[in-house]
Design a binder for this molecule. Structure first.
Ligand SMILES: Nc1ncnc2c1ncn2[C@@H]1O[C@H](COP(=O)(O)OP(=O)(O)OP(=O)(O)O)[C@@H](O)[C@H]1O
Ligand SMILES: [Zn+2]
Ligand SMILES: [Zn+2]
Length: 816
């Protein structure tokens, strides 16, 4: 045993049950470069296999001489700060993921992957004494002098006939060459071919190249075809094959070099004059911020009360002090106005983080934050990882939104990560909402969070007057259209008066399912336990879970009669009927239809703001964040389906959705109204939402949570099991349960636990994979997590269940 400098390295592509920080020795030559937070190449596994990793820590320790060495250090300066490294370990411990999976969240997509390395001459070749160089060195210098530009590493190596970089490295250390790396910038064509994954949850066997594409898209969400081929190292043919297999799809996106150029202001912020209620909230928040103790504050304000103005005022102050600011929004497309506001006000000091940007843009924005060029990061949940050195404040707008929780590994909640970061920086965390999550409001009530309330709308605006319409009555009166008499006449009034309206079509309530009139057979997906949906755009029946689709025919798969019909309303059909009922109305349909790009969406909203449309019809995305003073009517076409789910959060979600959409009406100088159509008019949640009565809703809901032992009275950890054979999956879940019972009793007797029997997930089969779940009501503390982690490892090591995958999800969005 002798003393070595040892690097603790998080290595990519490990599996959870043997993931840890692996030890490598740092060879003499790399001592200066190997710093915590730098990426490295290390030997890993058999033969000559190498992997990428990142150094978590450097220690001096006595170890056996046989420790393998780090092969190369990839970064000159650390990519992750000390905070980032701590966050990585924290995430592994809290979300049962591997270290490197956590690392990947902190780095911009694309950086993790192969990035082009280029070489160019650092000096004019005429100034060099060529006699000083070896033959092969001369060859390189001549080649590059001739090329007059930087040359891709691989190209250079093959042109020179070199097998490795050693000659090039040597010339670099002699300062003759410079090595650079970076993503390609795209240059604006009008539209760009983009690629994203389809909803396919099952994956057929892929070739290595296809897998590269797939992995990249998993990480990036979407990418331009050009970048995708570049980063994954494949030709477009590979992507095309994936498209034919239904694994990826193409879409178009307009290109802006700076995606927000068209709305960027010059950043001279005009002073915001706050109302007295807003001022008070601002002062409280500012004081809490100034105290330097950090902490969490809930900014609870009714719709249209001006929460945005309050936190912008706060941002002005924090910005003045030069500290970093993160503003999170649930979904960029839900909040185009908020994002635009930030750009207008803060100009280039805003960096944007979300998956709609190209990989190159994401890398740029990440660097702008890291280099201190941008002080405000605005974006979706990934913005929580913006690499600020000194963070002053994090704002989570619409904090109750489920999009802040990641549904795939690492299954983190951005609100919790924000808490970690704020605690580290002694920064203030502000959670903002008109309908806070029950958990957050509970903590504010208990004094764990400070609470600031805005109880009235800004200016002279009032909350809208709301009517609930019983659609059973309408049917009795012979009206079977989607509009009740009342909503129809209100829409007509608005048209006459030049006012605008917003109609919410709850997608769930407007499913078009397909059944046979003769035998009653509902047409279902052969791979999933779910019925197929009719899409009028391509006249096909589609499965929303696996992407399976067949052309629509009237022939029944069961009795072979030509009797198959579709029923229910799709957004397109609703729009059609609306147009028939209101022939003069200019109707704008908004939904998450894949043909609609984000920028098209923003442009359409601008047109709506300019009065080019009378009515917006859309799904969930019209319910939130929109702020148009000319909108004086909101209609909810069917408020039923949202209320019918069994999940313990379904009431909260229904209340949130209705309250928010009603809140889009009457925000300016004109009084507003809202009409809610329903077949269940007595429903109490609906009544409370119609009254915008959060307090009453909270009182009822918290009592249920307490009685049923749901959050915030307990935490819920769901263990999921997925596999090809149903009995194996079921058996696995039972084995897990008995392991859990045993371990809990023998080693964790002090943990409060309630475990429900394993059961099939709500959609029990998705693409031929069976899914079971085990629900554990528990206290999410270190001991509990340790126990879960041990169980996961124990399970993975059990060869009997090697065909079953298992995962743990702490406080998931849904327990179905
Ligand atoms: N202090 C202020 N000065 C000028 N205008 C304001 C002020 N406060 C709010 N407003 C205006 O009032 C409207 C509502 O404000 P804002 O959109 O911030 O509300 P909100 O609380 O975020 O609402 P919601 O939760 O419904 O999205 C906006 O048009 C905003 O410009
Ligand atoms: Zn039939
Ligand atoms: Zn399916």
């Amino acid at each position: 045993m002798s003393e070595f400098t040892v690097a603790k390295v998080a290595v990519e592509k490990t599996v959870y049950h043997f993931d840890k920080a692996f030890d490598y020795c740092v060879p003499e030559t790399l001592l200066a470069d190997a710093k915590p937070g730098c990426r490295v190449i290390v030997p890993f596994g058999g033969a000559n296999s190498k992997r990428q990793g990142i150094i978590l820590a450097i220690t001096e320790q006595k170890v056996a001489d046989c420790l393998k060495p780090i092969l190369a250090v990839l970064d000159k300066a650390p990519l992750l700060s000390n905070e980032g490294l701590q966050l990585v370990s924290w995430m592994k411990e809290h979300y049962f993921c591997t270290l490197f999976d956590a690392v990947k969240l902190l780095l911009p997509a694309g950086l993790n992957l192969k990035i082009r390395t280029e070489y160019s001459l650092a000096v004019n070749s005429d100034t060099l004494f060529m006699e000083d160089f070896s033959e092969s060195e001369k060859q390189v210098i001549r080649y590059l002098a001739h090329a007059r530009t930087s040359v891709d590493r691989d190209k250079l190596l093959s042109a020179m006939g070199f097998s490795d970089d050693s000659v090039l490295q040597k010339l670099c250390s002699a300062n003759v060459l410079v090595k650079s790396s970076g993503a390609v910038r795209r240059i604006g064509d009008a539209a760009q071919k983009m690629v994203r994954l389809t909803d396919l949850s099952y994956l057929p066997k892929l070739t290595k190249k296809q897998k590269n594409v797939y992995d990249l898209l998993c990480e990036a969400g979407s990418a331009s075809l050009k970048e995708l081929c570049y980063f994954a190292g494949v030709t477009p043919v590979v992507v095309n094959t994936l498209a034919t297999k239904g694994i990826v799809q193409y879409f178009e996106m307009e290109v802006y070099r700076n995606p927000y150029e068209h709305i960027s202001g010059n950043g001279d912020a005009e002073d915001i004059v706050l109302s007295s209620e807003q001022q008070k909230a601002f002062e409280n928040l500012y004081q809490q911020y100034r105290s330097g103790k950090g902490g969490v504050s809930l900014l609870y304000g009714v719709t249209g009360s001006g929460k945005t103005s309050v936190f912008m005022r706060l941002i002005d102050e924090v910005k003045g002090e030069g500290r970093g600011i993160i503003v999170m929004v649930p979904e960029i497309s839900l909040t185009p106005q908020t994002v635009a506001l930030f750009h207008q006000r803060y100009g280039r000091s805003v960096a944007v983080f979300h998956s709609g940007l190209s990989l190159g843009e994401r890398l740029d924005e990440w660097k702008r934050v890291k280099n201190g060029e941008a002080q405000i990061a605005v974006g979706t949940r990934s913005a929580v990882f913006a690499p600020f050195q000194d963070l002053g404040i994090i704002i989570v707008d619409e904090e109750q939104e489920y999009t802040y929780k990641s549904e795939s590994s690492p299954r983190y909640h951005a609100r919790e990560v924000a808490k970690f970061r704020c605690a580290y920086h002694k920064a203030l965390l502000v959670l903002s909402s008109a309908t806070p999550s029950i958990e957050s409001y509970y903590l504010a009530q208990n004094g764990r969070y400070s609470l600031n309330t805005l109880s009235t709308r800004f200016g002279c605006a009032e909350l809208p007057e709301v009517t609930v319409v019983d659609m059973n009555r309408e049917l009795e009166n012979g009206n079977d259209t989607i509009l009740s008499a009342e909503l129809f006449s209100a829409l007509n009034d608005n048209l006459k008066n030049g006012k605008q309206s917003i109609l919410l079509l709850n997608r769930r309530g407007f499913h078009t399912f397909v059944s046979c009139k003769k035998c009653g057979q509902v047409v279902t997906c052969p791979h999933c336990s779910i019925s197929l949906t009719y899409h009028s755009a391509n006249k096909r029946l589609m499965c929303h879970y696996c992407g399976y689709s067949i052309p629509f025919t009237k022939e029944c798969p069961q009795c072979h009669e030509n009797q198959v019909y579709y029923t229910g309303w799709g957004t397109q059909r609703a729009e059609q009927q609306l147009q028939e009922l209101l022939p003069d109305a200019r109707i704008l349909r908004l939904d998450t239809d894949s043909t609609m790009t984000r920028f098209a969406y923003e442009r359409k909203l601008r047109l709506f703001a300019q009065g080019e449309y009378d009515i917006i019809v859309g799904t969930q995305m019209v319910a939130k964040g929109l702020d148009f003073e000319n909108v004086t009517l909101v209609g909810v076409l069917s408020a039923d389906q949202t209320l019918y789910s069994d999940d313990f959060r379904s009431y909260e979600r229904a209340f949130d959705l209705i309250t928010q959409v009603v809140g889009r009406s009457g925000r300016g100088k004109f009084a507003g109204r809202a009409i809610i159509q329903t077949f269940t008019p007595e429903n109490s949640i609906l009544r409370l939402a119609a009254r915008q009565d959060y307090q009453e809703f909270y009182k009822g809901e918290i009592a249920i949570r307490k009685a049923m032992l749901y959050p915030p009275y307990s935490d819920i950890c769901v263990i999921g099991f997925v596999g090809n054979m149903q009995d194996q999956v079921h058996k696995a879940s039972k084995t897990f349960l008995s392991n859990l019972a045993f371990l809990a009793k023998s080693e964790y007797p002090e943990q409060p636990l309630r475990v429900l029997n394993p059961a099939p997930a709500l959609i029990g089969k998705v693409n031929n994979k069976y899914r079971y779940k085990l629900i554990i009501k528990c206290r999410n503390n270190a001991k509990l997590r340790e126990m879960i982690s041990r169980l996961l490892i124990q399970f993975s090591e059990n060869r009997e269940y090697k065909s079953v995958t298992v995962f743990a999800d702490m406080n998931p969005n849904s327990i179905l």
